[in-house]
Design a protein. Sequence first.
Length: 137
Amino acid sequence: MAFTPRACASLILLSVMTSTAVAQGTAPAPQPPAEELPAPYDMQLSRLAEVLGSIQYLRSLCGKESDDWRTSMQELLSADTAKEPKRRERLTAAFNRGYRSFASVHTTCTDSARTAEERYRNEGATLAAEIAARFGN
């Protein structure tokens, strides 16, 4: 696991504080839980989650019953937010927001719903490719 510059700075500061406290004969105060730092691609990932939620609703609406998009979102959450419950909550909320935004407008499958689903699939593919190209290992 690679450390971010902020994580490295925190480790250095903790090391200095600990060595100073030991030199003075005092123990360091317990540290509060580490703050979850946003990943540099969180904005794009949040949008991708919202797009996946929208696609899930629209495909179900138009008779293409499948949990593929929900499953993709679950895999994404498991891979990227395993130890970050707040990030997981934010991405889950984005997925649900995408799902509900179309549920509030479209109650039957129409040409505009099919067009929206196609556009969202294209946007999702673009976002996924950009995130992988820019931030992938």
